[in-house]
Structures are given as C-alpha cells and as structure tokens.
Write a protein that binds this ligand. Sequence first.
Ligand code: ADP
Length: 208
Amino acid sequence: MFITFEGIEGSGKSTQIGLLKDFLEKGGHTVLTLREPGGTSLGEGVRSMLLTVRDEEICPEAELFLYEACRAQLVLNVIRPALDKGVIVLCDRFTDSTLAYQGYGRGLGLEDICRMNSSATGGLCPDITFLLDIEAGAGLARAWSRLHAEQGVKEDRFEREEMRFHEKVRRGFLEIAESEERIEVIQGGGEIRSIHKDICAIIKRLSL
Ligand code: ADP
C-alpha cells in the first residue's frame, strides 16, 4: 500500500503522517515514512540545496528536473523495494505536488509535467492520496510560527513567496483532485485528532 499526503505548507501533512504511522503500526503493519524531496542521499542533498536561502534564483525548469531526479531515485531504490516486501509506504508529497507547484504555481506545462512524473515513477501511482486543504493564509501562518519557534531556522524559499502563489497552488491541488479518484480531499483547518479519525476511517474502508 502506497499512501501519499499532499497540500500546501502548514496544511498538516507531517502531523497526520506521524499519527497514521502510529495507528498502522499498532495494527501490526510495517510502515515506512518518506518525504519528497528526500529519502535518499541524493534527495536529502537536493532538499537542503533547494530550501537554503541563496543568492541565485533556481529557475522553474531546473527545479522541476531536480524534483523528478530525486523522485526517480526514491521510487527505484526505496519505495518499490519496500512495497515489494509488503511495507506500507507513507510519503509526504509526490507527483501531485509537482503538478501543483511547478505546473499551477509556476506555470510550466501540465502535460509535460505529467510525462516527466510518469517517467520518474515508472508508472507507480499511489493507492490513495490525502489532500489536506487549507486556505493559504492559515497554512502559512502555521508553518511560519513553527519555523520561527525553531532557533536559527530561516524562512525557506517557498515560505518567502507571496500568498497569491500559495493560493494558486492550493487551487491547483483542488483541480487535480477533481480529476483523480484516488485523491481524498480532507479539510485541513479542522482539529488534529478529528482529521486523524477521518483519515483512519478511510484507511479502514480500504480493509487494511
Ligand atoms: P506540513 O507538513 O503540511 O507543512 P505540519 O504537519 O508540519 O504541516 O504542520 C504545521 C504546523 O501546524 C505544526 O506546528 C503543527 O503542529 C500545526 N498543525 C498541524 N495540523 C494542525 C491542525 N489541524 N490544527 C492546528 N495546528 C495544526
């Protein structure tokens, strides 16, 4: 079972992944949690490169290729082998994020991105995707207060961008969800425990 979580910054993805992991492990499952970009040496390296405030803007095309390179590495070396062993994989962001951020957000061609997504994944598709939907302002306020609470952590490149960009990305996610049956839209503005309960109810329906 391959489960992905999508949504803008601060929508609650990592919080819900942690709770779902505990829930599934209590049910006797082996669970692997991953984040994109990340999960491999290449992915973690690119992640820190992308998130560091720099004196050079990374152009959208370069950004797209970097994400897809990390994804290809992650799918081949980590996700597929884990799924083959019967491990449940929970991933914080996957192909829908690339469509939402690089496509709807930065204006790159959606069809090109879909082609690159399927080439990077070798056709691997999540069994289910939870889209945590929240207004850009509310999500960013959460993300920023978390970051500022951590000593020495600077705002990252995405979080310095305007609210309008994040609203565009949010609308992109919702549009993708309309055309993809695997995506469950969850109201991310609700209470942490009640969102977790809703997610567990959906997972139980999948007879896990
Ligand atoms: P993401 O991984 O989507 O960026 P996080 O799970 O890291 O989001 O959540 C960002 C911040 O918001 C964290 O400080 C977290 O504790 C808080 N948070 C997450 N979900 C909720 C929620 N439903 N209500 C209030 N605060 C939340």
